[in-house]
Design a protein around this ligand. Structure first.
Ligand SMILES: CC(C)(COP(=O)(O)OP(=O)(O)OC[C@H]1O[C@@H](n2cnc3c(N)ncnc32)[C@H](O)[C@@H]1OP(=O)(O)O)[C@@H](O)C(=O)NCCC(=O)NCCS
Length: 146
């Protein structure tokens, strides 16, 4: 459904403190904030890390897209304003993150898709990603006893 005629250019830059409200609004609209996630902690952790960055994309001065990247080659919090989809903005955010990672020697980019958000796999396939047959295991350290 992509259409080059409506592809828009985003101004992409690193997140700043003043973006906080706009980012939270965007992530809510994109249903990226779920009960077990803590975006404020994720942003703080990202900004404190030398190998990670949260990028925001603006159109006409309005923040309309994000992608968090780093930590060895991962993408998180990819979001485009629901009213502005299918205009190439998501692809631009992914490409920006890839360029940033590539410049830091990262050879492979990974991401995880939450259960219930499987449609987004078609977006990632359209921008060059493939699905790897892997299981994901995790442990929340705050729950660790003894
Ligand atoms: C995923 C998301 C960022 C895509 O943003 P977007 O700006 O619409 O994407 P683009 O316009 O750059 O699309 C690039 C390609 O993917 C395709 N595409 C985009 N969304 C798609 C979807 N939901 N299903 C199928 N194909 C899709 C486009 O048609 C286009 O294909 P083409 O290159 O063959 O023309 C956006 O839908 C979003 O914010 N979703 C909610 C948040 C989310 O799920 N994030 C990912 C978490 S893992």
């Amino acid at each position: 459904m992509g259409n080059d005629a409506v592809t828009a250019e985003l101004a992409i830059r690193p997140y700043e403190d003043a973006d906080s409200d706009a980012v939270r609004t965007l992530w809510n609209a994109c249903r990226l904030i779920v009960p077990h996630s803590d975006p404020a902690t994720d942003i703080t952790f990202c900004r404190a890390a030398a190998d990670a960055e949260l990028f925001v994309g603006s159109e006409g001065g309005r923040l309309v897209a994000t992608v968090m990247t780093g930590h060895g080659g991962w993408l998180y919090y990819l979001a485009v304003d629901p009213a502005l989809r299918y205009r190439g903005l998501g692809g631009q955010m992914v490409a920006h993150a890839e360029t940033w990672l590539g410049a830091r020697g990262v050879a492979k980019v990974n991401l995880m898709i939450r259960d219930g958000n499987t449609d987004v796999a078609e977006f990632y396939e359209a921008v060059g990603y493939t699905c790897e047959p892997r299981g994901v295991m995790s442990r929340v350290l705050a729950d660790k006893q003894g």
